[in-house]
Design a protein around this ligand. Structure first.
Ligand SMILES: Cc1cc2nc3c(=O)[nH]c(=O)nc-3n(C[C@H](O)[C@H](O)[C@H](O)COP(=O)(O)O)c2cc1C
Length: 186
């Protein structure tokens, strides 16, 4: 069985041993999700850990990576990605995300095999640059041909809500949307 470009992120997980009622062989597939974390003081990392705990259930397999040291090759094989990043400076990506962000701008790879979501952490006190770290990744990924699934999750640190709680609820909806789209593409 071959996978087309649209369902490149649906990888065979486990060839099922049983048969369907119609007697056809079935396959179990898992969504393979790579969660990339950009953080300055650890909030995005905590959020990513909670999201991984929620989503990594066998039907979805999550690999979480800090962005430190990554470059455009992080996306070379296509697939499903979740960017989880805060914002610093004048609406910049955090320090550990800069190399990856700049590498994408320089190398400009074709990311048409990439599907992604964004969890953007920020603070509305910075009205002009609210959540720009996540928005910057969204912009460059879409410019390079990647397709976003769902809306960007925006968290406002001055709102008094816990980002990990908001993110866990958002991620459950997001992964359901990813599954629906994967089924349509299959
Ligand atoms: C020095 C500094 C600069 C910041 N700049 C922005 C900004 O421009 N826009 C924004 O939305 N949030 C900004 N923030 C808020 C952080 O993005 C937010 O607190 C986030 O939750 C921190 O996550 P982290 O611990 O993963 O880095 C800034 C915070 C600090 C301390």
């Amino acid at each position: 069985m071959k996978y087309n470009a649209c369902d490149v992120y649906l990888l065979q997980y486990n060839a099922a041993r049983g048969r369907t009622q119609a007697g056809k062989r079935t396959r179990m597939v898992a969504l393979e999700l790579t969660l990339l974390v950009g953080t300055m003081t650890g909030t995005a990392q905590l959020v990513a850990q909670e999201v991984e705990l929620t989503l990594d259930d066998g039907a979805t397999r999550v690999q979480t990576k800090m962005m430190d040291g990554l470059d455009a090759r992080a996306f070379a094989n296509g697939g499903l990605f979740l960017i989880c990043t805060s914002t610093y400076g004048q609406g910049d990506v955090p320090d550990n995300a800069k190399h990856l962000y700049e590498a994408l701008q320089t190398a400009r790879p074709d990311l048409s095999g990439v599907r992604y979501g964004v969890i953007a952490l920020g603070d509305r006190t910075y009205a002009e640059t609210f959540c720009n770290g996540g928005r910057r990744f969204d912009k460059i990924l879409s410019e390079l041909g990647a397709r976003r699934i769902g809306e960007i999750m925006l968290h406002d640190a001055s709102a008094g809500t816990m980002p990990e709680e908001i993110a866990v609820a958002w991620a459950a909806d997001w992964i359901a949307q990813c599954r629906r789209e994967a089924k349509l593409a299959a």
